[in-house]
Design a protein around this ligand. Structure first.
Ligand code: PLP
Length: 410
């Protein structure tokens, strides 16, 4: 039986060699690879500064802290994302204010964002969920008009563009993530990108135990410390959110292949699109004419004649046939912790809930070949047909004549 994973990192000899070179160099942290990796990602997002960090989550946490957000403040964000998008707001003691999504872009509905702004709103965190950048321009406009910083959680969109602008360039600051299922990986890692030098410096200090943001090893450093150098001098409450040279070397090698990898992902997405286009029961990813999509995952949605029960059964069925499949994403506000802490309940964000009950992610990775796409689509078809059959009354019952469910074979 073929096992088709949901995702698979694309590691070649060049990544392996790059990591081995670091190991031989003796410099395993805070070195030239970190700076080089920062330049490469910042360039790709057309930002002046990159700050490499240990994860996307760590990056989001530090950004909110560097923006001075804390208790009593509100941060507007989406309930339809990975949990880290909202958790970072709680880390700094602020209150997440969720707004419902647009059912096509799956990003926050700009009108609802505007309606949710209060005097306490200190940031808006927008997510290009599944790489979809639609509405980023509108959200930039709203944030600008209200003079509220826009934080771009661009963890799912590295390398994409919208209206000619790269993902990561829309917010006052953006955060990428490099977990192994992302477009590029460093094992664990992330990158803050911005044009704001104060914000970049604050993040550099926060990731490094609150040390001054200059090079702590630089003997000519002008940092005014009262002791022998800046290594044991801490000017603020910081963290260890650094990225190792080993991870940065992996990131450099991945960035050098980014365009080829994005092409490979586009090809896999096209294979899926061609084979699923004619299925009436599916809603396929929506590609805006003004975007160049950077494919993160391939997520489809069952039409609204189906609910969560059917969707979950399909996922279970796919997995039983060793085809990776997942429910990207359950709503954040309905996670047990958020329900308990904030009293959220079903019905609070109906669009996000309706979407999230019917989405499923199919196996998606750079070297996915036609055979695996075929097998995945075939298995999905069997699972969906099974659900269609379950919806139809048993043969012979009179209601069956009027069923609007189309025949299973197409
Ligand atoms: C991956 C991801 C993150 C960060 O994840 P880490 O595992 O901490 O790197 C944050 N937000 C979104 C939307 C993501 O997809």
């Amino acid at each position: 039986m073929t096992h088709i994973p949901l995702s698979h990192p694309d590691i070649t000899e060049s990544e392996i060699q790059a990591v081995v070179d670091v190991l031989r160099s003796g410099r395993l942290s805070i070195g030239p690879r970190q700076s080089r990796f920062e330049e490469l990602v910042a360039d790709r997002a057309q930002r002046r500064y990159g700050v490499a960090v240990s994860s996307g989550t760590a990056g989001l946490h530090m950004v909110l802290q560097a923006l001075g957000i804390g208790p009593g403040d509100e941060v507007i964000t989406t309930p339809f994302s990975f949990i880290a998008t909202a958790n970072c707001i709680l880390y700094v003691g602020a209150k997440p204010v969720f707004v419902d999504i647009d059912p096509r872009s799956l990003n926050m509905d700009p009108a609802k964002v505007e309606a949710a702004i209060t005097r306490k709103t200190k940031a808006i965190i927008a997510v290009e969920v599944f790489g979809d950048p639609t509405h980023m321009d509108k959200l930039v406009q709203i944030a600008g008009a209200h003079e509220i910083p826009l934080v771009e959680d661009c963890c799912e969109g590295l390398g994409g563009t919208y209206k000619g602008r790269p993902i990561g360039s829309f917010g006052r600051v953006g955060v990428f993530g490099f977990y192994p299922n992302k477009q590029i990986t460093t094992g664990e890692g992330g990158m803050i990108v911005t044009d704001d030098d104060q914000l970049a410096n604050a993040c550099r200090s926060l990731r490094n135990q609150g040390r001054p943001s200059g090079d702590p090893y630089d003997p000519n450093s002008t940092i005014n410390t009262n002791t022998a150098g800046a290594w044991l001098y801490h000017e603020r409450l910081g963290y260890n959110y650094r990225l190792s040279e080993i991870a940065a070397a992996l990131g450099i090698a991945q960035m050098e292949r980014l365009s080829a990898m994005l092409d490979a992902r586009r090809h896999v997405a096209a294979m899926y699109m061609n084979r699923l286009m004619d299925w009436e029961d599916l809603i396929l990813p929506n590609i805006h004419e003004d975007e160049q999509r950077s494919w993160f995952v391939f997520v489809i949605r069952l039409s609204d004649i189906y609910g969560q029960t059917e969707r979950d059964r399909i996922i279970t069925g796919m997995r039983r046939h060793e085809v990776g499949c997942s429910n990207y994403f359950p709503c954040i506000h309905l996670q047990p912790f958020y329900r308990a802490q904030f009293g959220y309940d079903k019905g609070d964000f109906p669009v996000a809930e309706s979407v999230s009950q019917r989405t499923l992610a199919l196996p998606f990775f750079n070297r996915m070949d036609e055979t695996r796409v075929e097998l995945t689509v075939h298995t999905l078809k069997v699972m969906v047909q099974r659900e269609q059959l379950l919806k139809k009354p048993a043969p012979g019952s009179s209601a069956g004549q009027h069923s609007d469910t189309p025949p299973a074979s197409r």
